[in-house]
Write a protein that binds this ligand. Structure first.
Ligand SMILES: Nc1ncnc2c1ncn2[C@@H]1O[C@H](COP(=O)(O)OP(=O)(O)OP(=O)(O)O)[C@@H](O)[C@H]1O
Ligand SMILES: [Mg+2]
Length: 471
């Protein structure tokens, strides 16, 4: 029954309202009764005391005349206070009454329930029909009559209270009407409030389900500024991350398959040609060399991918040592000597000093320099110029590699770090690159807690700069 938050909220609110009104109503009802009766009570007690006084007079001067005066007094007290006065002696027998209609009960005995503790010297107050004596509800005030500190009887003053009750019921009726109106309005407000709380939750739940089913483009439209709005925001950003991740996964698989397929097709074609001898025996060596190159490219691709995966999973440990970055750069340049000479590229190296010691993982930094230098040579025109500089500032060393090659379009700059990304312009110049180099470079530098940035102008220059920790 109370499965949804909506029904839970609704029932809890309703219950609270009902309980508070019941408590309020009960309190009001009894307080009202107390208030109206207390005034009457005071008058009756005062009269009771007067009757005690005249009873003492009667006891002291007992004669028929005094007794008649006594009874007349009782009657007028009764009339004045609009009550029926009953006087009993110490046995409980009715000695005098004030009401004309009640003369007949004189001489009868009140029951023990009726006089209660009065004959034991206690004041009493009761609301009821005086144990069946009256047909309507009365307020009964009972007091002992004392003479010389001895209890000689009791007096009961009964005043009808329909009057009292009418006031009480009228007020209570008004209260009930306003309560009903309040409850009605509260019910409506609470209904909408509960809906407002539970609806966004339902929406989030629905969106979460569709996301679980693989539809990542779903978002929740919740604009409230409370915790639920906050939850919706967090949920949306989570959905966005998931969507990005999913897109990345898809494009990654597409890229990998594409990069693998091209060399595979080449390899397959040449091997088939050799087996069915479409490629003559004297040319086989040439084609096998191409096949070998393709296989090397494939294995480089797979290794790069594995390395990237390892770096991203934080599995690749750095072996931080001190080494000379200038020396490392010199060796890298020598390694590229053949290509540099083929393209007739001029290399300018600006080293501040002969040596520059840094603290880093040497193999990784070698990879960074090789990658950047490889790019610079690849994307330079013949007779291009490459400037390499090493500068130290504070506790950092800035290494930059600048070429005056094809450059990178401003819009493409931010994508070059992505896996498999190659600029449109570079595709014609370099057909072998896979677009993993810079992704690896960036990972390595970030793993060192250092920075790398790029500046470029299309057709003019490209400059990569990275930092290292000075030893
Ligand atoms: N010096 C540069 N001049 C112009 N474009 C560059 C330069 N360096 C990188 N790029 C652009 O950034 C892209 C990504 O470079 P990255 O090194 O990641 O891949 P790649 O060199 O194409 O392939 P790989 O390094 O995996 O062999 C390049 O394809 C090229 O479009
Ligand atoms: Mg590269």
């Amino acid at each position: 029954m109370f499965k949804s938050i909506f029904s839970k909220l609704l029932s809890v609110y309703y219950l609270i309202i009902l309980i508070s009104f019941i408590i309020l109503g009960t309190l009001l009802f009894s307080l009202l009764g107390d208030y109206v009766t207390s005034e009457r009570e005071e008058v009756l007690r005062y009269t009771g005391e007067k009757i005690n006084e005249i009873t003492s007079v009667l006891i002291e001067n007992n004669s028929p005349v005094v007794e008649r005066l006594y009874r007349m007094n009782i009657e007028s007290y009764g009339a004045n206070t609009q009550s029926l006065i009953i006087v009993i002696d110490q046995t409980g027998e009715i000695f005098a009454t004030s009401g004309y209609h009640y003369k007949s009960i004189e001489g009868q005995k009140l029951s023990k329930e009726q006089y209660g503790d009065v004959l034991l010297g206690k004041n009493i107050k009761k609301i009821g029909n005086f144990e069946g004596m009256f047909s309507q509800t009365v307020l009964t005030i009972g007091m002992p009559l004392k003479y010389n500190n001895e209890i000689v009887g009791g007096v009961f003053l009964n005043t009808p209270i329909p009057e009292i009750n009418r006031v009480r019921y009228d007020v209570f009726k008004l209260f009930m009407i306003s309560v009903s109106a309040a409850i009605f309005i509260a019910f409506i407000l609470i209904f909408f409030l509960s809906k407002r709380i539970s609806n966004p939750l339902k929406m989030i739940n629905k969106a979460a389900k569709t996301i679980a089913d693989g539809q990542f483009e779903n978002r929740v439209l919740v604009t409230s500024k409370d915790e639920i709005g906050e939850l919706a925001k967090t949920f949306n950003s989570m959905a966005e991350s998931l969507q990005n991740l999913e897109n990345m996964r898809r494009s990654f698989i597409a890229n990998v398959s594409h990069e693998l397929r091209t060399p595979m097709t080449t390899i397959q074609g040449f091997i088939e040609g050799i087996i069915d001898e479409t490629i003559p025996q004297d040319k086989q060596n040439k084609y096998l060399t191409i096949v070998l190159d393709e296989i090397k490219r494939l294995s480089r691709l797979v290794n790069d991918l594995l390395d990237l995966a390892k770096m991203e999973a934080g599995e690749k440990q750095l072996d931080i040592r001190e080494f000379d970055i200038n020396e490392l750069i010199r060796i890298a340049i020598i390694k590229f000597e053949n290509r540099i000479m083929q393209k007739d590229i001029h290399i300018n190296a600006h080293f501040e000093d002969e040596h520059c010691m840094v603290k880093a993982d040497m193999d990784s930094i070698q990879r960074v320099v090789t990658n950047l230098l490889d790019n610079a040579i690849k994307f330079s025109d013949n007779k291009g110029v490459i400037d390499i500089s090493v500068e130290s500032k504070g506790n950092k060393v800035y290494v930059s590699i600048k070429d005056d090659g094809i450059g990178i379009d401003e819009q493409e700059l931010k994508y070059i770090w992505d896996r498999f990304y190659k600029t449109d312009k570079s595709r014609s110049k370099d057909k072998t690159g896979t677009g993993l180099g810079l992704a690896i470079v960036k990972n390595i530098i970030h793993q060192h807690g250092q920075e790398i940035f790029v500046e470029s102008k299309i057709e003019e220059y490209t400059k990569f700069t990275f930092t290292l920790q000075k030893a």
